[in-house]
Design a protein around this ligand. Sequence first.
Ligand code: G3P
Ligand code: MG
Length: 426
Amino acid sequence: MTFLRVLRGSVWSEIRRAQGLRRPYSVHPQETHQAADRFFTAFLIYGASVSRVLILSAVCFFYICTGIASSFSSSFGIALDIDGVVLRGSTPIDGSSQALRRLYASDGTTHFEVSFLFLTNGEGGTPESKRASELSRLLEVDISPLQVVQGHSPFKGLVSRFENDLIVAIGKGEPAEVMSEYGFKKVLSMDEYVSYFGDIDPLSQYKTWEVKQISKSITNSKPPDSVPRYNAHRSRVQAAFIVSDPVDWGRDIQVLCDILGSGGLPGEENGAQPSLFFAADDLEYPAAFCRERLGMGAFRLALECIFNRISRNPLQYTSFGKPNPFVFKNAEAILKQLRSRICSNFQNENAFTTLYMIGDNPSVDIIGTEKAGRPWFSILTRTGLFRGEGNHSQFPADLVVDTVEEAIDYILRREGACGAGVKWRM
Ligand code: G3P
Ligand code: MG
């Protein structure tokens, strides 16, 4: 009996150690007790042979520890908004870096132990890989490209439709590079496209900045390899993608009206409107300035209003980004992939019990979470667009907190986090 008591004690300490290393919360304590009791019943029944006992011990121990890890990583996931929750412009909001660190193993900032990703409508014009590196630097934790879902990320799903068609990519940063990286073969940025049509922007002479030109290189006898070998005068644009916030609104609205109203070739007779996609539809967003700034939704309104006044047919378009429920479905699928990185033996089809969305914009983050339905749960912070005392009156969140730190704290408590592996404040 003494031998059994000692063995029982050492198995228990192994379980605790495993909890500390792999996961601080995992299963409910009662479940762990029950699992251990099952182990000892089996142990006594098969106790006749020492070798059988040892084999059984190893199998049961593996079963219990695997159960602990699976149970933990299967239960929940987190989607974090960026602007107004973890960053303001490119400055981390107080406490956001510390909050994120709590999702990683206690021995560093490289292995996340909670399935989480960033679900942002903004920061576009940057490929996910590059944005992941920037976020890692700013927030001082390791972020993988898979954990960065930007407003334009769903454009990848349109490659099969427009792979070999001429498309125009609009916005700050490197919109054409983003689309090429997704697999589109004939992409021109708006700057490049405009340079094919000499007088298309009657105000260009008053602009003091330089834009990337491509038409001059095209007319060279031997264009460099990086220059695409197609001519915008001959091909109709099949789709325009607003990848990130447009920089030169006046020019972009003018040229989009030309492209969309002419059937894809400015100056030509009217044709069917090419497809038009927006990465997001945020009217405003919190940036470095003390008041909100106009976002892509404001640009869309301006374009739509003007286009509808000058053309026979109303503007047709699709907006991605939150609050589109597709974005939340996509995020759930990615969170499952991330979960399998933490716990490789977990079945992808197993549903999450709860998926938390932490955001600052009631009309985007909270309404989107609401539309997505269960298992999504919305948490509204007071660090960005929303600054109200109580809940938002029109789009109330499931929970309102002051900061992302408080949000993470709430989630970890609610999920029963405890133990030595992570710095929980219980
Ligand atoms: O352009 C709007 C964008 O910056 C919002 O980003 O992270 O709040 O979804 P986010
Ligand atoms: Mg935001």
